[in-house]
Design a protein around this ligand. Structure first.
Ligand SMILES: *[C@@H]1O[C@H](CO)[C@@H](O)[C@H](O)[C@H]1NC(C)=O
Ligand SMILES: *[C@@H]1O[C@H](CO)[C@@H](O)[C@H](O)[C@H]1NC(C)=O
Ligand SMILES: *[C@@H]1O[C@H](CO)[C@@H](O)[C@H](O)[C@H]1NC(C)=O
Ligand SMILES: *[C@@H]1O[C@H](CO)[C@@H](O)[C@H](O)[C@H]1NC(C)=O
Length: 286
């Protein structure tokens, strides 16, 4: 305990950031960035909804930037015939050499499964897609989608179940997101040129408006260059166990179960795409 909190302190000083835990109100931590009234913060800041119609989608972003953290959000996705719609929920820095950690939910016809698309960008380079179906209907209720991002690895979780681990592969010459603070972004938009069955199924606008909901945002994260007094609306925390988080044996078994039963695409097994051999990070990330 003592040594791990010391390590946290050291790392916080190294990146000149303050590690905080936020159990937050949407109006305090986020701003609506587009959609002309289609995004709404409701219930005294506890609920956020995005909507999409033929004219526009909508989106929001975090006020803070984060450099490493464990970030949880509960989402309830567009129900019914959601084909053609995409709900994107991701972390990203800015610029041509940006870093990014993505969850994207690709809608489907009623009764057909959503696809959860994941990707990791470093220094502007992505092409690290893994896709999954889910073991529940993500439109029937809220489920928790989490990202643990620390210097060694990025772990994607769904309801606490690890679905993907992306390990730092700098030792193999692959850049890793570790220097650029990222904001949280989310948007609901029309992508019927590619999203559902590769673009074969178009958005049915007679079902519009489409909507997705968000609640229970929680960030246990480092905010670079924040003022020395942590924002009074946040709780200071010494529980930064996420900073050294790795998958124990039980979690690795769970990850294997998800990958065996629910993974529908993995760039590291797509030999057609990489005839000259798989990217170096695939050696550590299968
Ligand atoms: C939609 O459903 C079809 C049929 O089950 C499935 O092949 C596909 O992966 C699903 N998701 C998307 C985004 O097309
Ligand atoms: C905390 O939140 C309240 C109400 O949302 C706001 O008025 C106040 O300025 C915030 N304090 C800080 C330090 O951000
Ligand atoms: C710290 O958080 C982890 C989950 O992120 C939890 O399992 C653990 O019990 C917490 N430890 C303390 C001392 O609160
Ligand atoms: C985890 O698995 C490794 C090998 O797969 C084994 O050596 C180790 O003892 C296991 N640890 C626990 C706590 O079961």
């Amino acid at each position: 305990m003592a040594s791990s909190s010391k390590l946290v302190l050291v790392i916080c000083f190294m990146i000149s950031a303050f590690c905080i835990a936020i159990g937050a109100k949407f109006d305090q931590e986020f701003e609506i960035t587009w959609g002309d009234g289609r995004a709404k913060i409701l219930n005294n800041g506890d609920l956020l909804t995005l909507s999409l119609d033929k004219i526009s989608g909508s989106g929001f972003q975090s006020k803070n930037e984060y450099l490493f953290g464990k970030i949880d959000m509960q989402l309830k996705l567009v129900s019914g015939n959601s084909a053609g719609t995409v709900t994107a929920y991701y972390l990203s820095s800015q610029g041509p050499t940006h870093d990014e950690i993505d969850f994207e939910f690709l809608g489907n016809l009623s009764g057909d499964p959503y696809t959860l698309h994941t990707n990791v960008f470093s220094q502007g380079k992505g092409n690290r897609e893994q896709q999954f179906h889910l073991w529940f209907d993500p439109t029937a209720d809220f489920h928790t989608y989490s990202i643990t991002w620390n210097p060694q690895r990025i772990i994607f979780y769904v309801d606490g179940m690890p679905i993907r681990e992306y390990k730092n592969s700098e030792s193999m010459g692959v850049s890793y997101p570790k220097n650029q603070p990222m904001r949280i972004y989310s948007s609901l938009w029309n992508a019927d040129d590619w999203a559902t069955r590769g673009g074969l199924v178009k958005t049915d606008w007679s079902q519009a408006p489409f909507s997705a909901s968000y609640r229970n945002f929680n960030a246990n994260a480092c905010i670079p260059n924040s003022p020395s007094s942590c924002n009074s609306n946040t709780t200071t925390s010494t529980n930064s166990s996420w900073l050294n988080e790795e998958l124990d044996n039980t979690s690795q078994e769970r990850l294997k179960w998800v990958q065996k039963n629910y993974m529908v695409y993995n760039y590291c097994t797509d030999s057609k795409r990489f005839p000259q051999g798989f990217p170096a990070d695939c050696l550590q990330n299968s």
